[in-house]
Every structure is written in C-alpha cells, then in structure tokens.
Design a protein around this ligand. Structure first.
Ligand code: NAI
Length: 734
C-alpha cells in the first residue's frame, strides 16, 4: 500500500494502493503512511524524506466511503474531534520532525492528498497539464480538515487562498506554480526525485516559514508572530479581504452552506494563533460539519449518486456496449443546434437537418461561434475547431440520415410535425438505430405510435442551453426496449452529461416538479404576497433565481401553451390549474410574455436593470398580513418536494438518487439539501407531513401529503433508508 525505501540516506515513501484506480486516504492507508513516517523519522541513517506515488496521480483525496462511515457511525462530538485530530497529528509530525520533507507530485493531488503536500517543506510537481492540485472539499459541504485551511493561507496569503478554499478551485501545474502552491515543475517523476534529493541535500534543517526551532525544548513549534504573505488577518489588508469576503459569501449563500462559513472562521480565528492551535480550531469546525446533515446530503448526492449516474449505473446490464458513430439531428433551432455541437465535440459525426439548407447552416453557426470563442480563449486549437466543424454535415434531405445510429428530433413542439418527421426518417434507418425525441411536454408513448419500431423510440430531454446544462432526462415509453435505453445512456455518457432515467408522464419528472416552483410563486403574488418577498424567499431558500424571474425567462406564453395542451389532453380547465388565471391574463389581456418581449412579471428597460413590474400591485393588491420569510421559503420548497414524492409513488421517477440529482442539476433545487427527497429526509418525514397538512389547510389540496407518505412518517422511515433496502434486495436477487 505504501512502499518504503531508503536510498542514499533519503527515505522514499511512495503511495501505491492496490485495487484502487487512485490513491486515497482511508483508515488503512493513513495507518500505513503513519507507520512509514515513523520509520523514516526514527532511522538515524535517514537525512531527508520524499513522499511520492507509484501511480500517475498522487493522492486523490479522502476516501469518501470513510467519510460516509463517519456519518453513519453517528459519532459523538468528542469522538468526532479525536478522529479529526488524528490525521492532523500525522502531518504535523513530519512537518516538525527536523528532517527535510519534499513531495514529488506525480499527478492529481486533491483534498487530503494536497494537504499531505502542504505539510511537506518543498513541493515538486510533474508538469502534466491534465493534473490538478487543490482543496475541493467545500464543494461537498466539508472543509479541508487536515491542515488545508491553516497552511494554504499561511503559504500564499489570505487573498489567494480564499477562492481555492471557498470555491474548491483546482489548479493545473503552471497555475499552481504561479500562485505559489508548488515550488518547482519537472518533466517526469525520475527528474522530480533527483530534484527532491538535491533540495534535501541543500536544506538539511528545513522548517516551514510558520514554524521555528525552540532550542530550549529542542523542538519545532509554531511561530507566535508569523507574518502571513500579503498581510495578517488583523492588518488593513487582511480586513480588506475578510470583511467584504464575509458579506459577499452571505450574499451568495444566504447562510445555507455551513462549510463556507466554517472555512472563513477557520482562517479568521486560526491565523491569529500559532499553527498548532490553528489546527485544533480547524478540527473543531471540521467535526461540526461532519455532524451536520448538509455535508452528509451533499456527499451522498453530489459524490456517490452523481458518480454512479456518470458511470451509467442505470444502463441495463445485459446489453453489449454500443458504438455510436453517427447521430442525426432533426431541427436546427435552439435545441438542435446545441445538440449538434455537443455531439460533434464528443467526436461523433452529425447530420443536422432543417427544412432548408440555409436554416441548417444557421444551426451550424452556433457551433462555429462557440468554437471560435473557445479558440480565442486558448481553450482549443485551430485543428480541433476544424475537426469538430468537419463532423457536422448540414442538410435538408431526410435520406441523409442513412447510416445514423441515433436520431434526435428537435423540431417544433407539435405532435403532427413530430409524427411526420419520425416516419419520414425511419425508412432510412437500420433496425438497430434508435429514435429519440427531445420533446419537452408530449408523452413519449403517444409519439412512439407514429413509429413502426416503438421499442426503439425513446425520450432524450435536454435542457437549455445544451452546451452548459449537465443533465439529460431519458424517458422510457411503454414499449421502449432495454437496448434503446442502453444506447441512449451510452450516448449521454459520451457527450459527458449525467443521465437520469424516468418513465413517461406529462411533463416527465423535471418539468413537472420545476413548474411547481414558478406556479407557487405566481400564486403567492396573486394572493397579495409582496412580489419582492416572493423573489427573495426563493433565492434565500437556495434556488438560483426567484420564481417570477425564472417564469419570465422561460416565457409566460410558453407556460400558457403547455396549459392549453394539458386542458385539451386532460379536460382540466386552465382557470382551475395553479397560476392558470394569472398566466391567461398575462398572455391574452396584457400581452406580457416575459423576458422575450421585455414585459412580464418584471420590466426590462432598454438601458437599465430589470425590476418587478409595478403594475403587479395594482392587479394584485398587497394582503394585509404578509407571511414571514420562513413561511414563504417553506411554501416554495415544500411544494416542489411533495410533487417529487408523487412522481416517485407514481413511478415517474423510479430511483431516489435520480430524483435528487435531477432536482439539483435540472432545475437548481438547492444543493445544500442533497436534492428534493433528501430535503424531506433532512426535515424528518413526520415534521414534513405535519407542515404539509398546515399548508394544505391554508393554501389548498396541492400541498396535501400522500397516504404512503403518512405511512412512512408513522413508521419512522426515510426515503434513503427505504431506497437503500430496496436496492440491497435488488442487488442480492440480481
Ligand atoms: P426552435 O423553434 O428553436 O427550433 C425548431 C426547429 O425545427 C426550427 O429550426 C425549424 O425550422 C425546424 N423544423 C421544423 N420542421 C422541420 C422538419 N420537418 N425537419 C427538420 N427541421 C424542422 O425550437 P427549440 O426551442 O429548439 O425546441 C425544439 C424542441 O425541443 C421542441 O420539441 C421543444 O419542446 C424541445 N425543448 C425545448 C427546450 C427549450 O428550452 N427551448 C428545452 C427542452 C426541449
């Protein structure tokens, strides 16, 4: 696991975890590493230590399975603190051992992996542009708990350290050198070892700049008056970073993300004392995060569930890997143009069809523009730009679809047109080709009736803008085969997006739940709740934008169109639908369609910032009693959550993890909750049901808990428990 060799008086401690694609810090590897460090310190022949890796990555971070074990053990605060201190003690031991310690970073050094490096006195990195160093813990609700919050600002200054710690930014070797995270770049590991030996020979008594030798006690201790580069916390420069930094952070997160706040505290408190106490402060904050539900939810959804989805966990096991070479895209409008771009970028041939060659070329312009921008930013080479463009063939002829492995239809949202293009193209396809529709509202089973091969018909729902949005919602029609699903998942993974799989239903999963956010916001405003309060409640609850703002961006007339189609298909009157009356009025009477005609719930002045349309208050006068902020937030989030529960019970979304990931990636449900069902688990089902009953009594049936939810609450269950059991059973049977 950890190799140990002494060579010319230098101990080389090299990470080499078998059975792991990358080295990680877990109970066993930490113990082995600690043992190797002890041996090197005790050996009087050893004059210096090199820490490196046998793999072409260094150490990728803490094993999140270990972190999960810590979550599950439900350790008390005291035990948690002991655990947090343990790793810090190992690192502090070699940092103060009196022998020079260098790291040779062979590739990725992230999280705990980079903290190993920070505790060494000299950092040498192999110049592989794909390798990254950094402390990404804050992205999953944690903080760098092995000295990262203390050593990084002491090394590079508070200002440079802040974005690396708070946003978890990772740096390539050249940037890491520029910022001072590493000391030297080398071409390969062998050169790195040579350079490390040279440095050790020249620095026999290496010390960290924040430490000094206490000759009386013959030991290395943290300096009391260490000067942080760029200024100490209490200096004017430090205050310039910390004060606005805290305000900015609160402005961005509304206090929903305890990790970022804890990091600020670690830096603020820890940099006023010698490093030993700083590390103790960090351990305490780390323990508090470990015991909070936010980190647990974020790790589960954004690391494990997302990782599984990105590995294609939903792909049917029995289907051999597919080899998609050529993809036909029907419709070169906003969506088709984006789909063509991401497909060609992933190296597949694209046939982009529209009604005229000119329209198809216009669609290809989207790729031309994006590639040009990437080229000018130096992100791609001229050769890459040409390669990608050469992969996109534009056409106005259906027979050019011959030889396509997959067709993605993105023509106008009209059933008859979609049926027509399906039939037009299908006759040129082989029996293995799959036909996918990017419809946003029309049920897939109905659309597949136009096909002679409904088993090869599937929904591939992208989000706009296609090149930026990370999720693709795959919709199974009644007859869609495992093969079609497997091929579609293969395609989604090839374009490096996250697939979730859902069953057919109106609005599928994501649009159905997302629309409850906007409709609830509109309902509140129409009841006389101050529109500013509605918008702020949405943002402060953690949604990316307020409900009225996003309703304007999506377009009010589009929402009206969907309502009309629903009325036609189900018989439910628009006036009886949540927000129906308002939407109808805005489109039919007021012609306020949203951002697109610069008139919606907001006003969009030519040369100024948008603001809430003052006419709202005339139409919907303010109610005498306004809800508290907490009530308004609850209404907006609970409404989405109960819709997700219904989707799960109806089988629209089959998987709790998919429901959670989909909610975060598709419509921006607050990541700190871990997703829409984790949110309910976090509140507790009994409390959630009680709150829903109260909301239903006040605001209507749409909040009413389902019977199954009541039963789960009564049994003390949680969604993730029930799901974990079900999954375990499936895996045992499978
Ligand atoms: P769009 O109006 O920008 O583009 C549609 C394109 O289809 C036009 O360029 C049109 O000329 C072309 N077209 C019409 N008949 C055709 C035919 N017979 N053969 C080939 N091309 C034909 O529409 P947009 O926004 O790209 O939407 C396309 C589809 O994607 C719709 O079904 C929509 O519901 C769905 N969708 C839209 C999203 C959005 O945010 N706009 C998000 C997810 C899905």
């Amino acid at each position: 696991m950890i190799l140990y060799n002494v060579n010319e008086g230098v101990a080389i401690i090299s990470w080499n975890m078998e059975g792991y694609p990358m080295n990680v810090l877990n109970e066993k590897s930490i113990e082995a590493f600690n043992g190797a460090i002890d041996k090197a310190i005790a050996d009087t022949e050893v004059k210096g230590i090199i820490i490196t890796s046998e793999k072409d990555s260094f150490v990728a971070g803490a094993d999140l399975n270990m972190i999960t074990r810590l979550f599950e053990q439900k350790v008390d605060a005291k035990q948690g603190l002991e655990n947090a201190r343990a790793l810090n003690q190992v690192f502090r031991k070699y940092e103060t051992c009196g022998k020079p310690v260098a790291t040779v970073i062979t590739g990725h050094a992230l999280g705990g992996g980079f903290e190993i490096c920070l505790a060494s006195h000299y950092r040498i990195m192999v110049n592989n542009p794909k390798a990254k160093v950094g402390l990404p813990e804050s992205k999953i609700g944690l903080l760098p708990g092995a000295g990262g919050t203390q050593r990084l600002p002491r090394l590079v200054g508070i200002e440079a350290a802040a974005p690396l710690l708070l946003e978890g930014r990772e740096l390539a070797p050249d940037k890491a050198l520029q910022t001072g995270l590493i000391n030297e770049l080398v071409s390969d590991k062998a050169n790195g070892i040579e350079a490390a030996k040279k440095w050790i020979a020249a620095n026999p008594n290496a010390l960290q700049p924040w430490d000094e030798k206490d000759f009386k006690r013959n030991k290395v201790v943290g300096r009391v008056n260490y000067k942080v580069p760029g200024g100490n916390i209490q200096s004017p420069k430090g205050a310039q970073v910390m004060l606005p930094g805290t305000a900015l952070l609160m402005g961005k997160t509304y206090g929903n993300y305890p990790a970022q706040l804890a990091i600020m505290n670690c830096v603020y408190e820890g940099l006023q004392v010698p490093i030993e106490q700083g590390l103790e402060i960090e351990s305490r904050y780390f323990t508090s995060l470990l015991m909070s539900p936010v980190a647990k939810n974020m790790v589960r959804s954004l690391f494990f569930a997302l990782g599984d989805a990105n590995k294609g966990v939903a792909r049917p096991k029995g289907v051999a890997p597919t080899n998609i070479q050529k993809v036909g895209v029907l419709g070169a409008g906003m969506m088709g143009a984006g789909i063509a771009y991401v497909t060609a970028l992933a190296g597949m041939q694209v046939v982009l069809k529209d009604v005229t060659l000119e329209s198809a070329e216009k669609g290809k312009d989207y790729s031309r523009d994006l590639l040009k921008a990437s080229l000018s930013k130096g992100k791609i080479t001229k050769e890459k730009e040409e390669q990608v463009l050469a992969l996109i063939k534009t056409t106005d002829k259906a027979d050019d679809m011959q030889g396509c492995d997959l067709i993605i239809e993105a023509v106008f949202e009209q059933r008859e047109l979609k049926n027509k293009v399906t039939q037009e193209v299908e006759k040129f396809l082989t029996s293995t080709a799959v036909f996918g529709s990017n419809t946003s509202t029309l049920p897939i089973t109905g659309l597949s009736e136009a096909s002679t091969r409904p088993e090869n018909f599937i929904g591939i729902h992208f989000f706009s803008p296609v090149d930026k949005m990370p999720l693709v919602e795959i919709i199974m029609g009644k007859q869609t085969s495992d093969y079609a699903l497997a091929l579609t998942i293969d395609y989604v993974l090839k374009i490096k997006k996250t697939p979730i799989v859902v069953n057919d239903s109106r609005g599928f999963y994501t649009s159905r739940c997302f629309s409850t956010y906007t409709t609830e916001g509109i309902e509140m405003m129409a009841e006389g709740v101050n529109a500013t309060l509605v918008e702020n409640a949405g943002k402060m609850a953690g949604m990316p934008v307020g409900p009225l703002d996003v309703a304007d961006a999506v377009a009010i007339d589009l929402a009206y169109k969907v309502m009309k189609q629903t009325e036609l298909d189900t018989g439910e009157k628009i006036e009886d639908m949540p927000s129906g009356k308002v939407v109808k009025k805005f489109v039919e009477e007021l012609e306020r369609f949203g951002k697109k005609n610069k008139k919606g719930y907001y006003e969009y002045p030519e040369n100024g910032k948008k603001y809430i349309w003052p006419g709202l208050q005339e139409l919907y006068p303010l109610a005498q009693t306004q809800p508290t902020l907490e009530e308004a937030k609850k209404r907006l989030l609970h409404r989405q959550a109960i819709e997700a529960v219904r989707c799960l019970e109806e089988g629209v979304v089959a998987d709790v993890a998919d429901a959670d990931i989909g909610s975060i990636l598709a419509w921006g449900f607050p990541p700190y909750t871990g997703g829409v069902l984790s949110y309910i688990d976090m509140i507790g089902l009994a409390a959630f049901v009680k709150e829903l009953d109260e909301l239903a009594a006040k605001h209507g049936e749409r909040f009413k808990p389902t019977e199954r939810l009541r039963e789960m609450a009564k049994n003390g269950e949680t969604f993730h428990q029930v799901y974990a059991k079900k999954k375990e059973k499936m895996e045992t049977v499978g």
